[in-house]
Design a protein around this ligand. Sequence first.
Ligand SMILES: [Zn+2]
Ligand SMILES: [Zn+2]
Length: 229
Amino acid sequence: MTVVHDGARLRISVFTGGPFQENCYLVHCVASGRAAVVDPGAATPELVQAATKAGLTPEVIWLTHAHLDHVDGIPALLGAFEVPIALHPDDHELYRRAPDQARAFGLPFLGELPDPSLEFEAGQEIVLGECRFDVRHAPGHAPGHVVLVEHDEAVALVGDVIFQRSIGRTDLPGGDTQALLASIRREILTLPDGVRLLPGHGPPTSVGDERMGNPFLRPMTGGPGRTLA
Ligand SMILES: [Zn+2]
Ligand SMILES: [Zn+2]
């Protein structure tokens, strides 16, 4: 476990594991004691242990998108906490096909996934205690991918849209490179440079670092660069 954001009202810890080294996040509103889990993947058992030790009871699962590595810890989480699942409707099909995704990667998929009972939509504001997250729809890596931005805390959970010096792959079903670049330009590069980005894989980065240094976002490579932001 590593604390990747420790703000006035919000604390976020990351747990990483599995063949895809996926990051699951425990999101904790310090002021209210309320907690959520983002993208429960292979490291979910560690997250459950840490939450229990800290006396936290996560009340909801927020899925940035429904790729296998972001949902395969759901059974482990539900074994410990009874929580609803929030997902954008454009990723419901991917979610239903999680067992097929596992087969495609030659991985076993154990456990039933319950249907999401909460739907993300663009422009929605979701509240966790005293923290407020702005839901942004960012398709391209997956059709129903969302990014969750806490503006006051200058932090965003970005899933597999953008990584440190890289962007999400677009060769999986429903992927679209032009849509992904447009999403990054519209939903990420419009944020202030100081906003910290917490991705689904790899270390945290920031809007400014990626605006300046991400090779996929330079105008000469066809991506949205600084002049287009
Ligand atoms: Zn993904
Ligand atoms: Zn991923």
